[in-house]
Design a protein around this ligand. Structure first.
Ligand code: TYM
Length: 330
């Protein structure tokens, strides 16, 4: 039996180049070595207000993008989180085994809640417990994610350890993050001090996986670079570093090798080349996603099959947890 690998994306908007390089590309690369589950986390998405029509479209689109990025539906279990009620069920139980203190230390909670004003949804606070449940339901060994999710996986390990300590070491498997050495933190093209994000109000900072070739070229050519003119990898050149990182994560070439090709060249050259490389990476994903979005019956078939299999697996964990807690079998 192969070890379990699991990961997910929030369908809060179209997916970005950051999502692809930090997550999807690694899912596709590793999928055949693992028993894989990939899903779209619509329950997580509603921690911020969503337009129902847009959420539905984005949820299908997330799954179509997984497929277009090379995820094999005959090998992996693909589903939508809300189709498997055990995620919410285990989440309530684990909420009772997580602490206000540890949840308030989550960087993502601090960032997101600071932008919410007075009324911070409780779901934003308990969100990492739902993510822990996603992971722990399936005896997951490996969770391929970008750098920003590492803290949530550490919390998952803390909760799992705490629960196992009380009720039995055989209940939850300890998950490990898989964070790629290059591409785990792609930065905004307009503000290289902050992460490229699906929800950045500055649309020029983010490359979406459905951007047209022209738009990609335009956004990358307008990317903010740094003072000076030399193309080197340096901490005081975060804009240049980001473009070199994007090239390296897409092509698989080392940053040093890429830098060596730019001796004596200008920032303009780096931008033009990076733009072309991004077009080559995004175009086939965009075209295949669009094709798949034209056949929702096909997508529904994959999701139905995935949800059935996921529910069966998840229920085994929930039943074990409930038995250990002392709940009477229903
Ligand atoms: P989300 O939807 O914010 O991001 C999805 C995945 O993409 C990675 N990522 C990035 N990587 C590199 N550079 C970027 N700029 C960038 N932006 C996003 C994220 O690290 C993530 O891997 N809470 C999760 C979803 C989730 C999940 C799970 C993940 C829910 N349950 C269980 C793994 C396992 C999230 O909001 O990801």
């Amino acid at each position: 039996m192969k070890p379990v690998m699991l990961s997910a994306v929030q369908p809060t908007n179209k997916l970005t180049l950051g999502t692809y390089l930090g997550a999807l590309k690694n899912w596709a690369k590793l999928q055949h070595q693992y028993d894989c589950l990939f899903f779209a986390v619509d329950l997580h998405a509603i921690t911020a207000r969503q337009d129902p029509k847009v959420l539905r479209e984005n949820t299908y689109r997330a799954i179509a993008t997984y497929l277009a990025s090379g995820i094999d539906p005959d090998h992996c279990t693909l589903f939508v989180q809300s189709h498997v009620p055990q995620h919410a069920q285990l989440s309530w139980i684990l909420t009772c085994y997580s602490y206000m203190g540890e949840l308030s230390r989550m960087t993502q909670f601090k960032d997101k809640s600071s932008k919410q004003g007075q009324n911070i949804p409780t779901g934003l606070f308990t969100y990492p417990v739902l993510m822990a449940s996603d992971i722990l339901l399936y005896r997951t060994k490996l969770v391929p994610v970008g750098e920003d999710q590492k803290q949530h996986i550490e919390l998952t390990r803390d909760i799992a350890g705490r629960f196992n300590n009380l009720y039995g070491e055989d209940i939850f498997t300890m998950p490990e993050p898989y964070i790629a050495p290059i591409g785990a933190r792609i930065m905004s093209l307009q503000n290289p001090a902050s992460k490229m994000s699906k929800s950045d109000p500055d649309l020029n900072g983010t490359l979406f996986l459905d951007d047209s070739d022209d738009l990609i070229l335009k956004k990358v050519k307008r990317a903010v670079t740094d003072s000076g003119s030399e193309i080197v990898l340096a901490d005081d050149k975060p804009g240049v570093k980001n473009l070199l990182t994007i090239q390296s994560a897409i092509t698989g070439k080392s940053i040093q090798d890429i830098v060596a090709t730019y001796v004596g060249k200008q920032y303009g050259h780096l931008k033009v080349d990076t733009a072309e490389i991004c077009v080559q990476a995004i175009k086939p994903i965009r075209e295949e996603t669009e094709r798949l979005m034209g056949d929702l019956t096909h997508l529904n078939g994959i999701l139905k099959r995935g949800a059935e299999s996921a529910r069966e697996r998840a229920q085994k964990t929930v039943a074990l947890v409930e038995e250990r807690l002392g709940f009477i079998p229903g």
